[in-house]
Ligand binder design. Structure first.
Ligand SMILES: Cc1ncc(COP(=O)(O)O)c(C=O)c1O
Length: 429
């Protein structure tokens, strides 16, 4: 029975890879579907270590051979098929912009909605396509019906744009913000859940939960927090900027009311693409940021009144979804975690080096943050780039100080070896 289950599991992972059209020209490398044959019989964890397969994925990108980009947490590059689609649609649009953008490309939006909904595991009628997580989450933060004295729970480790939006409501309308302060890393869900629970009061109307804290990569137990929020009638907003197309899950698994993400991070979609999820019964009462004729209609499209924007960027998202499906969500998650562990396990025991991220799989994936006693993050960031040509992100935010390292599916192990050398050098300084 167990063998049969494993077989079916492998088969369903495999079909994603086999159904993909080649994304690479034969002169460059083998096609993705060809490469998929290398791993179709492997479990996702085994596939994560198949360098021959990941070499093909690396070739699908056009990244600089001279700069090692380990700041994919900020924004990620696109595989060539996505870049080509943007170029193609852009050239087409330039032949007669209003005709090709509004009559041809625009017609693809409903199909794209279905494609994204399939990946997100929700109803297409719950998904609006927009430009980034800031826009998606800002729509919810500024569009919820709240009055003076209503309370919102959030953490000091949330992303600044979201914090700023909530603070504006605090300044303007007198809502009250109740802050949770997380001492990261935390390797116990119950500690996190308890902190949120303690911040809830009878006046709490909304809780915002960042699924993965961008500064360190800590994964928060969204579903467990949602459960308690639900029992108290508190609406749940999830910042999924760092987990969509990174961790293998579906939005409804989180049991949230609202969710926003960028697609130009882990999905490798074009720069300036994002997505808003609003649970069906919550659409009507959420005010759009940029209103349509009937702002209180129960139609998710009311959040897409963005004026003229880049239709080439929007339509090329579909190619990024194809690429994601070809790899498979679980395989990608396992590979990303493997890459993080690859370098982190080599430096964690070095004297003066401290990891600000848990290495337990349930608490982190691709992102990790390290510090070295006696060194400022900016100093390490400078050495990493000037001496090793490794681009990272120096973090100083609330109680977090360190360098954030974020590989992506195109990162070869050799690049991480250089990172390990660099950290070893700095730790001995
Ligand atoms: C946790 C989190 N939320 C939201 C955002 C905003 O993303 P964007 O700049 O694409 O709107 C980021 C960006 O890094 C983030 O890390």
């Amino acid at each position: 029975m167990e063998n049969r289950r494993n077989f079916v599991k492998k088969l369903s992972v495999a079909t994603g890879a086999l159904s993909l059209v080649p994304v690479l020209t034969p002169v460059k490398a083998r096609s993705l579907s060809e490469a998929g044959k290398l791993i179709n019989d492997l479990s996702p964890a085994e596939a994560a270590r198949n360098e021959e397969y990941w070499h093909t994925i690396q070739q699908a990108y056009t990244v600089s051979p001279n700069i090692i980009n380990l700041n994919n947490g900020g924004v990620s590059p696109q595989p060539l098929i996505v870049q080509d689609a943007v170029d193609r649609y852009n050239r087409m649009s330039n032949e007669a912009p209003s005709y090709f953008m509004w009559r041809t490309l625009d017609a693809g939006r409903e199909s794209l909605r279905m494609k994204l909904a399939d990946l997100a595991g929700c109803d297409p009628e719950e998904l609006a396509i927009n430009r980034n997580a800031t826009e998606a989450l800002g729509t919810v933060i500024l569009g919820l019906n709240l009055k003076k004295g209503d309370e919102v729970v959030l953490t000091k480790q949330d992303y600044p744009n979201m914090i700023q939006a909530w603070k504006q409501r605090e300044m303007r309308e007198g809502i009250k913000l109740n802050w949770v302060n997380l001492e990261l890393p935390i390797e116990n869900d119950e500690i996190i859940v308890q902190k949120f629970k303690e911040a809830f009061t009878p006046r709490t109307k909304v809780v915002m939960i960042t699924h993965m804290i961008n500064w360190t990569g800590q994964i928060l137990p969204v579903k467990k927090i949602s459960k308690i929020a639900r029992e108290r009638g508190i609406a749940v907003l999830v910042d999924g900027a760092h987990t969509f197309a990174h961790l293998d899950y579906k939005i409804p698994d989180l049991d949230c009311d609202y969710y926003g993400t960028s697609l130009h991070k882990w999905l490798s979609a074009p720069f300036g693409s994002g997505m808003l999820y609003v649970k069906k019964d919550k659409i009507k009462d959420l005010w759009p940021l940029l209103p349509n004729q009937n702002p209180l209609i129960a139609d998710i499209r009311k959040f897409e009144v963005l004026g003229t924007r880049s239709f080439p960027i929007e339509q090329a998202i579909g190619h990024a979804v194809n690429f994601q499906n070809a790899i498979g969500n679980k395989r990608k998650e396992e590979r990303l975690r493997y890459l993080k562990n690859y370098w982190a396990e080599k430096v964690v025991h070095l004297p003066r080096v401290k990891l600000n991220t848990s290495l337990k799989p349930e608490f982190s994936c691709a992102i990790a943050n390290f510090s070295i006693e006696g060194m400022e993050p900016s100093e390490m960031d400078t050495i990493l780039f000037n001496k090793y040509k490794i681009h990272t992100s120096a973090i100083v935010w609330e109680n977090i100080k360190g360098v954030r390292v974020t590989p992506h599916v195109y990162t070869p192990l050799k690049d991480l070896d250089r990172l390990v050398d660099a950290i070893t050098f700095m730790a001995k300084k």
